[in-house]
Design a protein around this ligand. Structure first.
Ligand SMILES: Cc1cc2nc3c(=O)[nH]c(=O)nc-3n(C[C@H](O)[C@H](O)[C@H](O)COP(=O)(O)OP(=O)(O)OC[C@H]3O[C@@H](n4cnc5c(N)ncnc54)[C@H](O)[C@@H]3O)c2cc1C
Length: 443
């Protein structure tokens, strides 16, 4: 009989557990901390509903909706306001609205005329990426330097807190890489790919609706935990995985047929195991601070009418960017107040995420004064620092993926899942949990 141990009760581990329990498979989830959800954490304080980690989920795959329906929390799902379609990018010290359609692109002042004209050349560029190309080189080759500086660099800061010169286009942006490989052009691929996605009932990330829940993202892991009941063991760190008789594995004194490793890659090498996981410690997880601040809406010259503001590195500011959560979702701030979440640090300026809170705040407020016309200080603040935030899928990342594949092949019953393997987003982590459960059911 199959008996599965899941190590880590983040969204990956919880989803895998829920799927396996749905098939009546015996599961135990071991979680080191005193709560589930991993980096998903919502705090309700002084009338503000604050996300310390991720802020939203992109509805890119039908399996996400199916999971939410089975959990009975469809009614709690909260889609982003339409205003969240507006995104601002800082250019020349001012937030400029990013175009939301092809005609708007040509009239937008987010890009120069030469950058716009450069786009017409893209379908005729015949060179193709190899697996070792970094994102910066890929974008310069296909779209030009200005696109790198004002579109991709800030976008990569917003998603990976990463550096385009280090990230692998094939691993960090596999869909972009595949468009070029399959269609020879991003523009041609975007048009043809849209038709194919429609047939598969999938949504492109750029068109996917963003959502959270009425009481924040933590509704999802909390509901999963409730459904799983006492199979989730809190304060139960796993330090060792041992081989047992009959092709079984031993974890925390009990025997299992399968083990799912759903903990961050930098924690894998702390485990004592019959297989070597030291390599996984090399995966870079730069520090990121997420600083949430509450102000009166009238303290800003800017209307904060959008998803947020990304700040390209070339603009030489302190912050990576700011989300406007109270504009994206209802119920995030008391009446007349605005909630902003500013991100600091990442691969391109890691030391900033680790500076003391006062100094960090001073620098953030200087950015908000200059860029959004802020007057005065915050009424509310909550700073969350992630010493090791998001894994960087850099050029050469295949060596880590290969290592996981080798271990799984040589040690049947061992499975790797989550943000360090199948994509960094919450949606990717959920799909990773669903897929690993399917492999075990099928095995
Ligand atoms: C600041 C920040 C902002 C983000 N913003 C977004 C966003 O807006 N949208 C989005 O889609 N994604 C976002 N992400 C990414 C996304 O949140 C994560 O990739 C995803 O939630 C990871 O889930 P996970 O279950 O794989 O890992 P984790 O959440 O890291 O969970 C791993 C769990 O394992 C436990 N654990 C560790 N070691 C052990 C051990 N030895 N024994 C037992 N348990 C152990 C940990 O305590 C933890 O609970 C963000 C991430 C960060 C850090």
């Amino acid at each position: 009989m199959q008996k599965v141990a899941i190590i880590g009760a983040g969204i990956t581990g919880l989803t895998a557990a829920f799927e396996l329990r749905g098939k009546n498979i015996d599961v135990t989830v071991f979680e080191a901390s005193n709560r589930t959800g991993g980096v998903i954490r919502t705090v309700n304080a002084d009338g503000f509903l604050v996300e310390c980690g991720p802020n939203s989920i992109l509805d890119t795959h039908p399996d996400l909706g199916r999971l939410i329906a089975r959990l009975g929390i469809e009614g709690n799902k909260l889609p982003a306001n339409l205003a969240a379609k507006n995104r601002f990018i800082v250019r020349g010290g001012n937030p400029v609205a990013l175009p939301t359609s092809p005609p708007a692109f040509f009239s937008s002042n987010a890009f120069s005329t030469s950058a716009k004209l450069r786009l017409f050349r893209e379908p005729f560029i015949t060179s193709k990426s190899n697996e070792q190309e970094n994102l910066a080189d890929f974008v310069i080759r296909r779209l030009g330097q200005e696109f790198l500086d004002y579109a991709i660099n800030p976008f990569v800061s917003g998603v990976y807190a990463g550096d385009p010169a280090k990230l692998s286009v094939a691993h960090a942006f596999p869909k972009l890489y595949a468009l070029e490989q399959k269609y020879g052009s991003l523009i041609k691929g975007a048009i043809k790919g849209a038709k194919e996605r429609k047939q598969r009932a999938e949504t492109a990330a750029k068109d996917a609706r963003m959502f959270t829940f009425d009481n924040g993202l933590e509704v999802l892991p909390k509901r999963l935990t409730e459904k799983l009941g006492d199979i989730v063991r809190l304060n139960s760190s796993v330090t060792e995985i041992k081989k047992a008789a009959n092709r079984k594995w031993q974890v925390n004194g009990a025997e299992f047929t399968d083990i799912i490793l759903a903990i961050p890659a930098h924690k894998l090498s702390d485990l004592e195991t019959p297989f070597d996981l030291k390599l996984m410690d090399e995966i870079e997880y730069p520090p990121v601070a997420s600083f949430s601040l509450g102000f009166g809406v009238n303290q800003f010259m800017h209307r904060l009418n959008g998803f947020g503001m990304l700040i390209p590195k070339i603009e030489n500011r302190f912050s990576l960017g700011a989300l406007f959560p109270s504009s994206i979702f209802t119920g995030r701030a008391p009446g007349g107040m605005a909630l902003l979440t500013v991100f600091v640090g990442g691969s391109q300026s890691p030391e900033r995420a680790l500076m003391n809170e006062e100094e960090m705040l001073e620098n953030i407020l200087a950015d908000l004064r200059d860029l959004l016309g802020l007057d005065g200080g915050p009424d509310f603040k909550l700073c969350s620092v992630y010493q090791k935030a998001i894994p960087q899928y850099v050029v050469g990342y295949e060596k880590y993926l290969n290592r996981m594949n080798e271990i799984e092949a040589a040690f049947p019953g061992i499975h790797f899942a989550g943000h360090y393997r199948d994509g960094i987003s919450v949606a990717n982590s959920i799909l990773s949990g669903i897929n690993v459960a399917k492999q075990i059911e099928g095995g």
